[in-house]
Design a protein around this ligand. Structure first.
Ligand code: 0RA
Length: 644
């Protein structure tokens, strides 16, 4: 029978789990909201593996009222038999032993994996409680753990159908480890949708049992939120979904799945009439936001195949050659790889490094894409027409640029836009560029600024929506070219961070609808043309105060209604309160005090999570299709944050 005294082996186990609790970030990435959600991804991955093995069909994830989470699958069920060496139930070993994640059956099928692939034991170690229930052999087995230590032996707690099988894991994240234990429905829904796109046929049902009605708003019954994700079409449905905010130029996505040298590659591509390139890579279901050899291989094949086809069919004239950017204008693509030993590199470990993959994918894609174009001449033709248009626009833009360059060579001056009121210091780490809406606010900002470190670039009128303009037109527009010149880095392949002229680039607009729109246009421009500036934290939003308080002859400011209340209590007596409507209402000194003085102002740093969500956000915000945009704006209307 099961022994209850602890042997030497068990002590090693405890030491393993202590290491996890001592340095949780090493195992789960962080102890903030990202780390918290990684706990769910880790547990889910085991259930997804059961789907990949051809057993599980459905995974149910429930967020309970107390923020505990249930992940339940209909897979084989965690093994419950005695472990031959440890002489304990296998379930207990899997949950309590670090890196026992390697399943006992030496599985080769399972290639899903969270960021760290650390397994269930890490989640158990970082949970106040974990309960595992397994259905198999007509019985229900269960064991509970506290910070990874069994609360008691595994027990049989009931009977079930002889056919029933599966695992149900309930865990409560340890609030002494995590800075938050509040799960975010949208983060989870987004991840599960992606998981289901990448695993055709898998169904994930997400339920939120927390009372989601806003506080103080008594709606009677608690609202139950639920979403079901299930895509028979897998990647094909994924690209269509990514294009839901765009207008596709062919209905049927290009699709292929090939297996070669132990690499399983699946690719789906659909072009839209937009000008963006959106290629999402996944390796063993991990979104490779930083790209890597798989994406390089695909791009290389795409450029070659489309050129060859165009030349062969006489669509391209002799000597005409499409560049990679030409053939990728308007592309939405997903490449999903299953490989046995992925090497992840880069800052966020989301770049595939395996060098052999480039050639493997290139040759697979060359043959598969070639076949597709031959078999689908209508689709092939619209893609070639689109790429040829990009080529023409590029050549026209180059001519225009050469002309400007010649003019500049003849003329004098710094080449900086005339509208720019530059700062005097060239110590880059200290300097800031304020992009200001309108000449009048620009004037105030010029008056109020610290001219040593703060430069002002006033914008006249609207910025072009780059989501709806081709690169030649976008970069040719005066407004955008001024902005890019002032920033200094150039764009695209010419981007050079060492040429950045200011450490902080600060968008300062009114808090009204027009201001929001300009802000969105600028952020779209930055995201599409100089995303590195966002990634490296150079882009900020200035936050002007919302309220002005006047007592006697003195002015005070408040940024939120809470602050307003506090300030009024503090001041006491007769206080005049007004709402700041626009930057134009302030004089130089007020603007400096409230919004520009580095010691007292508020800035929001713009950040993006990257990958699928970032592209969706911007194409939704600024793209062609109106209905989903309305949903987005309504859903986010109450969020003051611009952190996209
Ligand atoms: C080890 C071996 C086997 C399955 C599992 C673990 C397993 C773990 C989890 C965690 C959540 N759901 C899960 N489902 C399965 C294979 C067992 C066998 O071959 O019978």
């Amino acid at each position: 029978m099961i022994k209850t005294d602890y042997s030497a082996k068990d002590i090693t186990v405890l030491e393993g789990l202590e290491a996890v609790r001592k340095r949780p970030s090493m195992y789960i990435g962080s102890t903030d909201k990202y780390g918290l959600h990684h706990m769910v991804w880790e547990v889910l991955d085991n259930s997804v593996d059961e789907h990949m093995a051809g057993i599980a069909t459905t995974i149910k994830v429930t967020i309970n009222k107390d923020n505990s989470v249930i992940v339940e699958d209909d897979g084989r069920g965690m093994p419950v038999d005695l472990h031959p060496i440890y002489k304990r139930p296998a379930m207990e070993i899997i949950v309590t032993k670090l890196h026992a994640g390697g399943k006992f059956d030496n599985k080769t099928y399972a290639v899903s994996g969270g960021l760290h692939g650390v397994g269930i034991s890490v989640v158990a170690a970082l949970s106040n409680n974990m309960t595992v229930e397994v259905k198999k052999n007509g019985k229900v087995y269960s064991q509970s753990y506290k910070i990874g230590i069994p609360k008691g032996d595994m027990k049989i707690i009931g009977k079930t159908d002889l056919e029933a099988h599966g695992t149900k894991i309930t865990f409560t994240a340890d609030d002494s480890i995590f800075s938050t234990t509040n799960f975010d429905y949208k983060t989870m829904a987004t991840r599960f949708r992606e998981t289901c796109f990448l695993n055709a046929g898998l169904k994930i049902v997400l339920k939120d049992l927390r009372d989601s009605a806003p506080k103080g708003h008594d709606s009677g019954e608690p609202k139950e939120k639920s979403s079901t994700f299930h895509y028979q079409g897998g990647l094909i449905e994924f690209v269509k979904w990514l294009n839901k905010t765009r207008k596709p130029i062919h209905q049927k996505p290009i699709y292929f799945r090939r297996e070669d040298n132990g690499v399983i590659a699946e690719v789906a591509i659909q072009y839209s009439d937009s000008y963006n390139e959106n290629i999402q890579g996944f390796v063993n279901t991990i979104n490779t936001i930083e790209g890597g050899t798989h994406v390089i291989g695909l791009k290389s094949a795409l450029t070659r195949v489309i050129n060859d086809y165009g030349t062969k069919k006489g669509i391209l004239k002799k000597g005409q050659k499409l560049t990679g950017n030409d053939v990728r204008e308007g592309i939405t693509a997903v490449i999903s790889l299953k490989i046995s030993d992925p090497q992840f590199e880069g800052q966020t470990k989301t770049k595939l490094g395996n060098s052999e993959i480039k050639g493997i994918i290139d040759s697979m894609a060359t043959s598969a894409l070639g076949d597709f174009l031959e078999e689908n001449p209508t689709v092939a033709k619209v893609i070639l027409i689109k790429a040829s248009a990009a080529l023409k626009a590029r050549e026209a833009a180059k001519k225009a640029k050469d002309l400007v360059r010649r003019k500049n060579a003849l003329g004098v001056g710094s080449g900086l836009p005339g509208k720019l009121a530059d700062c005097s210091s060239r110590k880059k780490e200290l300097t800031e560029l304020y992009i200001v809406e309108g000449d009048s606010a620009g004037g105030t900002a010029k008056g109020g600024r610290n001219r040593e470190i703060q430069a002002i670039l006033p914008l006249r009128g609207k910025v072009l929506n780059v989501e709806k303009s081709n690169p030649a037109k976008a970069l040719g527009s005066e407004q955008i070219s001024n902005l890019i010149t002032a920033i200094g880095t150039s764009v695209g392949d010419n981007f050079d961070i060492s040429k950045l002229r200011y450490n902080k680039i600060i968008i300062m607009t009114d808090a009204d609808v027009d201001g929001q729109h300009i802000k969105a246009l600028l952020l779209t421009l930055f995201f599409r043309y100089v995303p590195q500036l966002i990634e490296e934290g150079h882009i900020f939003i200035a936050v002007p105060p919302f309220y002005k308080l006047k007592k006697g002859t003195k002015d005070y400011y408040a940024y939120t209604s809470d602050e307003l209340k506090k300030k009024m209590d503090e001041l006491g007596g007769k206080v005049e309160v007004s709402r700041f409507k626009g930057l134009g209402e302030m004089n130089d000194e007020q603007l400096w005090n409230t919004t520009m003085n580095p010691k007292t102002r508020r800035l929001k740093q713009v950040s993006i999570e990257g990958g699928v969500i970032a592209d969706e956000t911007f194409s939704l915000l600024m793209g062609d299709v109106v209905a989903p945009r309305r949903a987005f704006i309504e859903e986010n209307a109450d969020k003051a944050e611009v952190d996209l």
